[in-house]
Design a binder for this molecule. Structure first.
Ligand code: URA
Length: 275
């Protein structure tokens, strides 16, 4: 079988497995079927055991960040697994104010198994620190793809599709107050759009998943559903290449800071104390 054939077969199997275990998918702007995975694997069906006596549907095993990390570690869902040294699931606090989403690991991250640890990562850390955020205190940092695309190329659409079930689960588990996208790939993937980063940045968008909302934002279907404000900015690597992007990126950071201040008085208090 060709490499493309293997990837297609593996993706088909992943889609089927997610479908069978309660995953939820919706169309992807890149022309593929993207996914929003809202549930852990089904349990309680072994030996014919019914999971839920009342409605006769099997129980769901709770999903967790640890499960996501384990699955990322042994994932062979696309060709990126062939050349990786280490996969990079993500890191940070469990109930973050902000989930920062990048594109995918580079060489430094591939070696360390941690997100954003190279030059771009150091700049990202400084950007976050300038508005009172850090992965140690109030952020979680993840990427769209969890394995390094060779030669720092963009992740291919099929690689993004194969990997995005991990990010969807991380978002559902972390329930951040805000999603902050570092760069075009993250913003386009999460928002299911092909719009350029120049138009996506500078204002809040919204990540929403599952269910149907009424005017008061209450869930009107049985499917888990939530809405999260999302802000995109230029990728720190782009800022390192092009100084002119630093000013608009700073404007984006200020926008993020004011939204967080509105959302969270603790954050407002902490950052007010900063120089
Ligand atoms: N660039 C990214 O998008 N993510 C990383 O983790 C590192 C560099």
């Amino acid at each position: 079988m060709t490499a493309e054939g293997k990837t297609a077969a593996s993706q088909f199997l992943a889609l089927t497995a997610d479908y069978l275990t309660g995953g939820y998918r919706r169309p992807h702007a890149l022309g593929f079927e993207g996914d929003v995975f809202l549930a852990g694997p089904l349990t309680g069906t072994e030996n014919g055991e019914a999971g839920d006596a009342l409605n006769n549907s099997p129980k769901r095993e709770a999903d967790s960040l640890e499960k996501v990390a384990e699955e990322v570690q042994r994932c062979a869902g696309c060709r990126l697994c062939e050349k990786r040294t280490r996969s990079v699931a993500g890191e940070g606090v469990r109930e973050p104010l902000v989930l920062v989403v990048g594109e995918g690991p580079g060489a430094d991250e591939d070696a360390a198994g941690r997100p954003f640890v190279g030059k771009a990562g150091q700049l990202l850390d400084r950007m976050l620190a300038s508005i009172g955020l850090s992965r140690q205190k109030n952020c979680y940092i993840a990427n769209v793809v969890k394995c390094r695309p060779p030669q720092n190329r963009d992740p291919a659409p099929d690689e993004i599709v194969s990997c995005s079930r991990f990010l969807s689960r991380q978002i559902a588990l972390l329930k951040p107050k805000v999603i902050f996208c570092a760069g075009r790939i993250a913003a386009q993937t999460i928002l299911h759009t092909a719009t350029g980063i120049g138009s996506l940045r500078g204002h809040f968008e919204e990540y929403s998943t599952g269910g149907v909302f009424n005017e008061t934002d209450r869930i009107t279907t049985g499917i888990a559903a939530f809405r999260i404000p999302l802000l995109a900015t230029y990728h720190p690597s782009a800022l390192l290449r092009n100084e002119d992007l630093k000013r608009p990126a700073w404007e984006d950071l200020k926008l993020l800071r004011s939204r967080l201040a509105e959302l969270d008085s603790i954050y407002a208090r902490e950052t007010a104390e900063q120089p």
